[in-house]
Structures are given as structure tokens and as C-alpha cells.
Design a protein around this ligand. Structure first.
Ligand SMILES: [Ca+2]
Length: 499
């Protein structure tokens, strides 16, 4: 009898779960049915196996868009539960206010400028682009695949739509989703001019639907995520879920069950469906007895963009997505692993999406790449709530595309005294004047303290100079930048047959 076909009776007979039984049998080299409940040293080691890893990465969902961070508009019971059972990170940053650079950092543990993904086809990649994440980069999926993990990605990619740049070439065994933003459709004025294809839905590298029915994206992404978890329940897995919603259109999409149900129009409907999606995944982890063996992180790629009238919200952070304002880059983040991540706690230390790769590498029992500069850190002590654990960052740098605009160290964020701003993140900023905010107590960036703390302004300006030297700035290359990927003759992703 194959261990994986062990019936429910077998499970009853041994008084342990089916999964537990299979694992012990496999680890101890026992044939199924010769079961024993005594745990051998080998089986014990297998029980200490590395955790499964799941990352939800919503698109443009703001800091204040969910109940755990203060929304009174959207109902997010599943995220409430996740926060009650897990740990809320209130100083967690994306590395950019827009998609492509932000995503590039999560995947590579590098600032966008380090890997030249800060400025691509303008602020983000467009369809049929020459540019993408350089295959030289070592991705979080490649690190985990090397460590023996099954790897899957479900959702919006946005790191290049040509074959060498697709998730399947970046270490993901499995991919289902859209290659770029939900507003990059063939009927977009720019799309008509530039020959964008109908918005493709990919399975692996094949276009299975075009244009994709965007109303169904969150629902189908969730089904695929759950399918991946079920398929890989008996081995360590890494699942990256960059949901396409709430996304970049002025009327986000939701399936019929959620459409028109929230108190905040299409934006609220989309957020409430994303909450449902997270709940579905937590439920299946519990059903499969994997919850205690799975670290789940739920966050967003940048803040909610400004819309008239407003849709998403970044309160209490200042400003909007697509900028270096606190609300543009500080994103909601919930971390969950029952029994390992302390329940109902908050972490106020500065952490970023760049920390996931080195942290996950350590959790998987391997070392992060050593032959190149990574900008992230191993934040296990913060995830697991160790006493006295502090942020590993001396400084965090806010770039608007190629321009360095702000630096944070400790509680202080300095907007640099720039004469020319590519985009002004806070209307209180005066050209050529520093603006200093205590973003621990004043995340709304309302009290400029530069006049009271000239010493801190000087310290932060010195840190900025280090970043300019290392990563560069507008019109100035950095010493330690790496090139983006490039293909000649890019082609649209088209549906070539009925799947
Ligand atoms: Ca985004």
C-alpha cells in the first residue's frame, strides 16, 4: 500500500493524522501499515522540517484599507482573525510607491535602483516590453527551490512579459495569473497605439484566456492557490500570491458574490473579496493540519493611489500611493504561524519586503546568496517576537523612480532639500528645504521638525550621500548597481490555441 493512499481508517488506527503518519513513515523509512507511534530520531528531525511559506501581495491596497490597521469602511473578518492569531507589523515598507520596482525588491532582496528596476518603461513595465528582471538575479523562488521547496506563483507578476522574464523562468515551478497590471488592456489608448494584446491570463507560459475576465481574478487566483497547497501538502512549499486586486483601474473588480456588497463601492468589494481569499487559504491550511507548519505573510505592494472621490485609504499615513509619502510605501503587514509567531502582538520595528528572501532562506535551512549585495535582512527575531529584537536597518531609502527623495533612520524621516522634485510627496515640502518628520508618532507627516533638529537633518543627509554613492540618484549612477534584463524584438503574449 502506498503511504499516500492511506485511508481514514489507517489514521484512526494510529491515533495520529494522516499527514503525520505519512511523514513519520517516510522519514523513518517505514512501509506504511507497519506504523508505530514511537518517534525515531529521524522522524523527529522531519518534524522540525522547514516551514511552508506563503506571501500575499495585494496590488495598491492601502495601509488603512483593512480593519486590523483601522479601516471602519471595509469588513475584513479573516484578516482580523489573522491579526488576532498573529503579529501585525506597523512599520513594514515596500521599496517603491509603484508596482514594478516594489515587486522587484520582494523577489530579489535588492533596492529597485540596485537592479535597475527603478525606471523601466517609465514608472512601471508596459506590455510587450524589452525590459524585465535580469535572469542574473537570484530570486526568492530560486533560493527556496534550491532548498527543496515546491514553488508556485499565483497572481500579477509585472517583472517582464517576455519569456525570459516570466515567473516560470524565475524559479517558480507553477504560475497562474496576469503578467502585468489589470488596466493594461488592448483598448487602453496607449495600448491601441503601442499594440498591447488583450489582457492575457497565463498558466505556466501559455495564454489560456484573453482578454481575461477580470471580475473572476481574485476567485480564480484563490482556487489555484488552494490547488497548489493541496498538491504539495506533503513537502515544503513556497507560494507567492500577488493578487491583481484592488489594482489600477478606477473601478476594481470582484466576483458576483462580492460585487455591490461593500459600503465602499468597487474598491471595498475588491478588498472584501481579498479578505475572503485569505480566509480560504487559512482554512485549508487548518483542514490539512498545516497551519502550525506554515508561515503566512499578508501585505501590499504600495499604498492606495489618489482617486477623486477617494477609494482606498492609507490613514493614518500621509499621502497616496505612487509616491514616497508614508502612505505610498508603508503597507499593512500581518504575519501568521500559530504556535510560532506570537498571537495578537504588534511589531513597530522597521522592516521591508526585501527581508523576505534572506529570512526565508534561513527558515529553509540555506544561506542567502553571498556573491552579490542584498539589501534585506534576516528578521526572524522580529517575526517570532524575541525579546529586545530591533530593526536591522541603519537607514531606509525612499526612491521615486531614479530619484532619492527621503531617508528614514530610527523614528526620523527626512525629505531631502531637493530643488527639483520628480513628484512631490507632501505639499508642505518647500524646494531646497529639508522636511523632517517623526514618523513613529507622526505618520501623517504633519509637523516638520527640521528646524528643531539640525543635527538629525545632517545625519540623515550623510546617510543619503552613502546611498547616492552606492545606489545612485537622478542623473548619477551608483557604484553598485546591476543591469536590468533586456530582449530584442519583444512580442505580445497572445492566445495561440484553445486550451
Ligand atoms: Ca501596485
Amino acid at each position: 500500500m502506498d503511504a499516500t493512499n492511506l485511508s481514514d481508517e489507517g489514521r484512526e488506527a494510529h491515533g495520529i493524522t494522516r499527514r503525520e503518519f505519512v511523514r513519520r513513515s517516510a522519514a523513518a523509512g517505514l512501509a506504511a501499515g507497519v506504523g508505530t507511534t514511537a518517534v525515531s530520531p529521524t522522524a523527529q528531525a522531519a518534524q522540525d522540517r522547514p516551514p511552508n511559506l506563503i506571501v500575499f501581495f495585494c496590488d495598491n491596497l492601502g495601509y488603512g484599507d483593512i480593519e486590523p490597521t483601522g479601516s471602519e469602511l471595509h469588513r475584513t473578518p479573516n484578516l482580523n482573525r489573522m491579526a488576532n492569531e498573529g503579529r501585525l507589523f506597523t512599520h513594514f515598507y515596500a521599496t517603491a510607491g509603484v508596482c514594478t520596482p516594489s515587486r522587484a525588491s520582494l523577489i530579489t532582496s535588492a533596492y529597485p535602483r540596485r537592479i535597475s528596476m527603478d525606471e523601466t518603461d517609465g514608472r512601471v513595465l508596459r506590455p510587450v516590453s524589452h525590459i524585465g528582471l535580469n535572469p542574473y538575479e537570484i530570486t526568492i523562488a530560486e533560493v527556496l527551490k534550491e532548498a527543496g521547496y515546491a514553488t508556485g506563483a499565483v497572481g500579477k507578476w509585472h517583472l517582464g512579459d517576455q519569456p525570459p522574464f516570466l515567473p516560470t523562468r524565475c524559479g517558480f515551478d507553477f504560475y497562474f495569473g496576469t503578467p502585468y497590471s489589470d488596466d493594461m488592456v488592448h483598448t487602453h489608448p496607449r495600448g491601441e497605439e503601442d499594440g498591447w494584446p488583450p489582457l492575457p491570463l497565463l498558466r505556466g507560459e501559455e495564454v489560456i484566456e484573453a482578454p481575461v475576465d477580470r471580475n473572476t481574478l481574485t476567485k480564480r487566483e484563490t482556487e489555484e492557490a488552494i490547488g497548489f497547497i493541496r498538491e504539495h501538502r506533503d513537502e515544503p512549499f513556497f507560494l507567492y500570491v500577488p493578487h491583481a486586486m484592488p489594482g489600477s483601474t478606477t473601478a476594481p473588480f470582484a466576483s458576483e458574490r462580492f460585487r455591490g456588497r461593500s459600503e465602499n463601492g468597487p474598491w471595498g468589494d475588491a478588498v472584501e473579496e481579498l479578505d475572503w481569499a485569505a480566509g480560504q487559504v487559512l482554512d485549508v491550511l487548518q483542514e490539512l493540519d498545516l497551519a502550525e507548519h506554515t508561515l503566512v505573510i499578508w501585505t501590499s505592494d504600495n499604498g492606495a493611489p489618489r482617486r477623486e472621490p477617494p477609494q482606498g485609504g492609507n490613514a493614518p499615513m500621509h499621502g497616496w500611493g505612487y509616491s514616497t509619502a508614508e502612505g505610498g510605501q508603508r503597507v499593512p503587514c500581518i504575519v501568521w504561524q500559530p504556535g510560532t509567531v506570537p498571537a495578537d502582538t504588534v511589531c513597530e520595528e522597521l522592516t521591508t519586503t526585501m527581508d523576505l528572501l534572506p529570512t526565508f532562506a534561513k527558515l529553509a535551512g540555506v544561506e542567502p546568496p553571498k556573491d552579490r549585495i542584498l539589501d534585506g535582512h534576516d528578521i526572524r527575531p522580529l517575526l517570532f517576537g524575541e525579546d529586545g529584537a530591533t530593526s536591522p536597518y541603519d537607514a531606509f531609502y525612499y526612491y521615486e523612480g531614479p530619484q532619492l527623495q527621503a531617508v528614514r533612520a530610527g523614528r526620523w524621516k527626512l525629505y531631502l532639500p531637493l530643488e527639483d522634485w520628480t513628484r512631490v510627496p507632501n505639499p508642505a515640502i518647500e524646494p531646497g528645504e529639508p522636511a523632517l518628520y517623526d514618523v513613529a508618532t507622526d505618520p501623517g507627516e504633519s509637523r516638520n521638525m527640521a528646524g528643531d533638529h539640525p543635527d538629525i537633518v545632517q545625519e540623515l543627509m550623510a546617510l543619503a550621500e552613502k546611498a547616492r554613492d552606492d545606489l545612485g540618484d537622478l542623473g548619477r549612477p551608483g557604484k553598485n548597481q546591476r543591469p536590468a534584463g533586456w530582449v530584442n524584438n519583444p512580442q505580445p503574449l497572445l492566445k495561440t490555441r484553445d486550451p
